[in-house]
Ligand binder design. Structure first.
Ligand code: ZN
Ligand code: MN
Ligand code: MN
Length: 279
């Protein structure tokens, strides 16, 4: 099993590797900068070097980065769109420098202008960013929870985007189990999971599935609510994760984005995953 956490870069970016190692991960995900700001401070050569050195010494591969929360690549607002595109380009460059092969991003919100136009704007942004980046970093489109005006909660939409971009080899998918469940994809019964896997196979295709965000969900099936929960403590529940962890989904690397609170630590979540995978 390839499994890890979203870990903090607080202090210095290379400390993320130490944190992942301390948790017993064999992969991890980071924000390469403060996820609540637009323009990050440039990376220092020393921290880039330390990050790459520690990462290869620990044998943690592949590593994933995630774009900041603020960006909306489907926005009809010119200024927000411009800043989002710029942030995406900055993150692609930071990934290249840090030797991170994958950058996960949310697809954004069309803000009431319609899913078609939102997807058009997103595709333009991806094309522009990849054309200017001139690197090998792969953008992972993360499925949404299905909240109002959000694009990309249907797996068919992710397929359409991958089919329409200019560099399809540099665009793939990150499937978030909490978001998928909230968007109406069932995991809790053998039959339900089988149907979901079939949809994944027929829309995305497993070769395009490069990462699973393994999160339980506070919201119910089809609720449209993006609220992560500890593994087994939410609506997907232990039975659901038992099925997920014995399915093809577990062949892909998995990153937990479970809550930070005192009900359950990261290490306990990891232990729970291993227990459910082997039971
Ligand atoms: Zn995300
Ligand atoms: Mn996620
Ligand atoms: Mn989320």
């Amino acid at each position: 099993m390839k499994i890890g956490f979203h870990v903090s870069i607080s202090g210095s970016i290379d400390l993320a590797v130490d944190r992942a190692v301390a948790l017993g991960c064999n992969t991890f995900q980071i924000f390469t900068r403060n996820p609540r700001g637009w323009r990050p401070r440039p990376l220092k050569a020393e921290e880039v070097e330390a990050f790459i050195e520690k990462k290869s010494r620990a044998g943690l591969e592949p590593v994933y980065a995630h774009t900041p929360y603020l960006i909306n690549l489907a926005s009809p607002r010119v200024e927000v769109y411009k800043r989002s595109l710029e942030a995406l380009m900055i993150d692609l460059e930071r990934c290249r420098a840090l030797e991170i092969p994958y950058l996960v991003t949310h697809l954004g919100s069309h803000l009431g202008t319609g899913s078609g136009l939102g997807i058009e704007r997103l595709i333009k942004a991806i094309n522009r960013a990849l054309a200017e980046a001139e690197n090998e970093v792969i953008i992972l489109l993360e499925n949404g929870a299905g909240s109002a005006h959000q694009i990309g909660s249907k797996l068919e939409d992710l397929r359409m985007i991958m089919d329409m971009v200019e560099r399809p080899s540099q665009v793939a998918v990150c499937l978030d189990t909490c978001h998928a469940f909230a968007a109406g994809y069932e995991f809790r019964t053998p039959l339900g999971l089988e149907k979901t896997l079939k949809t994944i196979e027929e829309s995305i295709g497993f070769e395009k599935l490069r990462l699973v965000h393994l999160n339980d969900s506070r919201g119910g099936l089809g609720s449209g609510v993006d609220h992560h929960e500890h593994i087994g403590l939410g609506e997907i529940g232990e039975e659901g994760f038992q099925l997920i962890l014995k399915s093809r989904l577990a062949e892909s690397p998995m990153i937990l984005e479970t809550p930070m609170d005192n009900r359950r630590s990261d290490i306990e979540n990891l232990r729970k995953v291993k227990e459910l995978a082997s039971s």
